[in-house]
Design a protein around this ligand. Sequence first.
Ligand code: SAH
Length: 282
Amino acid sequence: MKLRPRKQFAQHWLKSDKALNQIIQAAEITKNDQVLEIGPGTGILTRRLLPLAQSVLAVEIDRDLCQLLTKQLRQVENFLLLQGDFLTLDLSACLASFPAFQKPNKVVANIPYNITGPILEKLLGRISNPAAEPYDLIVLLVQTEVAERLYAKPSSRAFGALSVRVQYLAECELICTVPASSFSPPPKVDSAIVRLRPLKSSTAALDPQYLETLVKLGFAAKRKMLRNNLHSIVDRDRLSQLLEQLEVNPQARAEDLSVAQWVALSNRLDEVTGERNDLSDP
Ligand code: SAH
């Protein structure tokens, strides 16, 4: 059975041995690992994961591919395939019917690029609601433009709200780039392998919901100074003062603050606005 790649599911089959080996190496798989793969496609990566890991749980949306994989990997005992949309699937509920498979501790995948943001959020959670049981390691193939934002350093071109949101929850590193010619059909963009190590306790922000809102507001208008973007919640002069206390240039833009500085600013502002609320109480 030969299947044509479907655009609607962002199907681009990886065909480069080199890239497959780089993904596998980056994932540091051992026999204790239960791996989750999102979008196994024709199973090229799956087949490499299976002999190394304790088990592989794959979620694939395309029914025809699921049929194909089920047929080809029927005999493999440590493989479980779930058909469905990874974004809406309740993994724990599905796993309850398969006692031999536990909740995965690693994620290794060449994901559909059109839903990269939502996949990251489902894997890591949000600043205000981090994943309750974070994965040990996540190795993903993503488009370079997204990869650059994930491991970007403050004040660099790619550093943005996504960088802060993801780096608050995980350590991110670039493993290597993968040219478009490594796929069939080749995507319009180049790709990169990234490795994320979710932080086990990201309790740095006193009020994570407030930090999440602050980051959103801070990055709302690009290229503007932070004190202008945040003027609806804190007076410009007061913010300049706070930034100076945090050893940040008062003229800084959102992209100039490191994650630690965002957290510190959020904690300080929370105190300041808290004071105000207290004062206004009769
Ligand atoms: N891992 C394979 C295929 C990558 S293409 C390889 O490297 O060759 C992306 C895969 O994700 C496709 O198989 C596509 O059908 C699947 N996919 C797309 N959207 C999905 C979703 N919402 N949930 C699960 N799988 C999805």
